[in-house]
Design a protein around this ligand. Structure first.
Ligand code: UFG
Length: 329
């Protein structure tokens, strides 16, 4: 049976594809519109269907042709500040098209769905580390667009007998330790990506968005999870579902928070480069602190292998360097 990975040519999806192949999954099919992903991010044995995961005819035909028994749904827009300026674009991509995908899964009899949700569903949590059963209260359109999909999936699972694992990602970072994939989007806004670009000189400086938060150094706190560890969490979820397990919602993080200023310091130390850092006003939509309580997924047998911020930064620097070489070719 095949696994269908939506958004498999993107940053996290491409690491999932590698994890599936490394774990011996024979057939992996990717559907991706290549809006932010790259066909070259995929190994040659993977089938790439270039198109929209909300295109029901295309997805149904792909499911039938490849005998798909599980869908891992990554395809989404993911930039919090963009969701503030373009909420309807976010609701279309992340919510409306996900509804179409879920309906296709139901009609085609695909029983297992793993959904890429986000810590942004918690908003500004009252408790840190955040347990999964804390009431959700997203503070930006991105978080709301994902939470609505969580609700649709839960309702569809109850009504139509799907089994689903919702994974709430904290801040995903780093790259494949073997250098096969990484974060390639040219205009990525994520902190570690931006800081590595500043260290390597592909951008002249960087900004810290907000130094007046109620945190020890005034900058925001985040829980940075390495991307291959996150992909492994999906394998745990897939085995759970294929083994007949019940629907679950799981946080994916390490339970350790780092401030923006701490992360920048680590990037400077690991790269050995100093770069200009400007202290700027807050960015719309940012919660001050968000750190995972991740005991539930550890209880299913997930053991992180790359829980080390310096190693994460070093992978991100190596990948950024390899992208610069690729772009010069
Ligand atoms: N930041 C800066 N300067 C930058 C980029 C980011 O100061 O150039 C700050 C942000 O303001 C924020 C922190 O670094 O305080 C992290 O920002 P990111 O853009 O790296 O990530 P977000 O926390 O906004 O969002 C990410 C994912 C979401 C996910 C969330 C979960 O993009 O999908 O983590 O915490 F929901």
């Amino acid at each position: 049976m095949a696994v269908l990975v939506t958004g498999g040519a993107g940053y996290i999806g491409s690491h999932m594809v590698l994890a599936l192949l490394d774990a011996g999954q024979d057939e992996v099919v990717v559907i991706d519109d290549l809006s932010t992903g790259f066909a070259w991010a995929l190994p040659p044995e993977v089938t790439l269907v270039q198109g929209d995961m909300g295109d029901q005819a295309l997805v149904a035909e792909t499911i039938r042709r490849h005998k798909v028994d599980a869908i891992a749904h990554f395809a989404a827009k993911i930039v919090v500040p963009d969701s503030v300026t373009d909420p309807l674009g976010y609701y279309l991509n992340n919510t409306v098209k996900s509804r179409a995908l879920i309906e296709t899964a139901v009609r085609e009899g695909v029983r297992h769905v793993i959904f890429s949700s986000t810590a942004a569903v918690y908003g500004e949590p009252a408790v840190v580390p955040v347990p999964e059963d804390l009431p959700t209260n997203p503070i930006n359109p991105y978080g709301r667009s994902k939470l609505m999909t969580e609700w649709m999936l839960a309702d569809a699972a109850r009504a139509h007998g799907l089994a689903t694992v919702v994974l709430r990602y904290f801040n995903v970072a780093g790259a494949d330790p073997r250098g096969r994939s990484g974060q390639s989007t040219p205009n990525a806004t994520h902190l570690i990506k931006v800081a590595t670009q500043a260290a390597l000189g592909t951008r002249s400086h960087m900004e810290v968005f907000g130094t007046d938060y109620p945190t020890p150094d005034g900058s925001c706190l985040r829980d940075y999870i390495q991307v291959s560890d996150l992909a492994d969490a999906h394998l745990v979820a897939l085995n759970h579902l294929r083994g007949g397990g019940e629907s679950l919602t799981l946080n994916c993080g390490y339970g350790q928070g780092y401030s923006v200023l701490e992360v920048i310091q680590v990037v400077k130390e690991v790269s050995g480069r100093d770069f200009e850092v400007r202290l700027s006003p807050r960015r719309p939509g940012d919660p001050s602190r968000i750190v995972a309580e991740a005991e539930r997924i550890r209880g299913l047998g997930w053991t992180p292998r790359h829980d080390d911020l310096r190693a994460i930064v070093s992978q991100a620097l190596a990948w950024e360097g390899s992208l610069a070489t690729r772009n010069q070719r």
